[in-house]
Ligand binder design. Structure first.
Ligand code: XBP
Ligand code: MG
Length: 256
């Protein structure tokens, strides 16, 4: 339980704002591989396993260690991975610009409500900064990345989620204690990062994360819900609410 006021909302991006992994990042990785003349293909199931490692470059490295260990001996390994990842980022941003990455239910509504109420907004993500801007500007409109006073993304901290570093970095930028914030995540790695920074966390699951461990979450939901399309609550107390509004967020933040 906390008596601190709720001052800011801090959002993860991939899987939380939008279902970007299966039909966004995965597709972009495969296009980059094929463009580089590689016959690697990350199908939906394999990609689910690879998601254990956050960060695109880190994920490629992990895949090589598992499936093509001889590649790890390349003298240009870091540059090779960085090149593939740059190409992947181009493809991902093309998908985003084509409108292929819609926001999850309740996200736009909640962001608008938070803005109207004067709550401060931030992003804490593992993905590349440019991916965040593309997603926001194409889904919420031009200029919407400025709604977020702080965007913590990509390599800005060396240790990616589940390390809490990106949340520590965002809190330091905002000069806010964790007790005045609520985090939004979709994965166990993300929850471990937020919880490790002492943030109370709302989890909205997706197909890749539904069976993960969310014991440390304030509440676990199918999604943020809409007035005409209520969420399912998988763990925790919603006080009868069918969608995440500011009153419900206050309750989760207080720990009631
Ligand atoms: C997101 C990720 C990212 C994306 C790929 O994790 O793991 O790696 O899949 O992004 P989270 P990049 O939602 O926990 O932040 O390829 O740009 O790294
Ligand atoms: Mg995520």
């Amino acid at each position: 339980m906390t008596n601190s006021p709720l001052t800011a909302l801090i959002f993860d991006v991939d899987g939380t704002l939008a279902d970007t992994e299966r039909d966004g990042h995965r597709v972009a990785f495969n296009r980059a591989f094929s463009e580089a003349g590689l016959d690697w293909h990350w199908d939906v199931a394999l990609y689910g396993e690879l998601l254990a490692v956050t960060g695109g470059k880190e994920r490629i490295h992990h895949f090589l260690a598992q499936a093509h260990p001889a590649q790890l001996a390349r003298t240009d390994l870091d540059a090779f991975i960085a090149g593939l990842h740059r190409a992947k980022t181009v493809h991902y941003n093309m998908l985003g610009a084509e409108g292929g990455l819609p926001l999850r239910p309740g996200v736009a509504r909640l962001l608008q409500a938070a803005r109207t109420a004067g709550l401060r907004l931030a992003i804490a993500t593992t993905t590349t900064p440019e991916n965040v801007t593309t997603l926001l500007e194409n889904s919420l409109g031009a200029g919407s990345s400025a709604w977020f006073e702080c965007i913590g993304a990509g390599d800005i901290v060396p240790a990616k989620k589940p390390a809490p570093d990106i949340y520590h970095w965002v809190l330091a930028q905002m000069q806010l204690p964790a007790a005045q914030c609520l985090a939004f995540e979709d994965s166990e790695n993300g929850l471990r990062a937020a919880h490790g920074a002492a943030l109370r966390t709302v989890v909205t699951v997706n197909d890749y994360t539904a069976s993960q461990n969310f014991d440390a979450a304030a509440v676990v939901l199918s999604d943020l819900g809409e007035p005409n399309a209520p969420f399912s609550c998988l763990r925790g107390d919603t006080g009868g609410a069918g969608y995440a509004d500011l009153e419900t967020l206050q309750r989760w933040h207080r720990g009631q």
